[in-house]
Design a protein. Structure first.
Length: 104
């Protein structure tokens, strides 16, 4: 079960990222997008349950150990890569806007 501290942390990160993404400054929108990406990663991490009763599918003579679910880890890794790529693309667009003389 997710702890209240973790859920409050994710909620605050979502709220701050939404506030920053609704501002007029492009730099604040970029920072808000980075915070949104990180808060989604934390949400996936904290919502994946701790392995308490999962046993190994192949049990040897010594018995099965506790296994971790690899799906949330794969989702978080994919989300980190996609978020980094989108942030780099958005930062390059922001750089092009600033280079053309538009205020950011």
């Amino acid at each position: 079960m997710i702890s209240w501290d973790y859920s409050i942390l994710v909620g605050v990160l979502f709220a701050v990222s939404a506030y920053l993404m609704l501002s007029k400054s492009y730099w604040n929108v970029l920072i808000g997008f980075v915070l949104l990406s990180n808060s989604v990663n934390l949400l996936i991490l904290f919502s994946s349950m701790a392995p308490t009763d999962s046993a190994a599918p192949i049990i040897n003579e010594t018995g099965g150990g506790i296994l971790a679910d690899p799906l949330p880890q794969a989702l978080i890794l994919t989300s980190i890569v996609i978020g980094f790529g989108l942030c780099a693309y958005f930062a390059s667009l922001l750089y092009a806007l600033v280079a053309r003389g538009r205020n950011g």
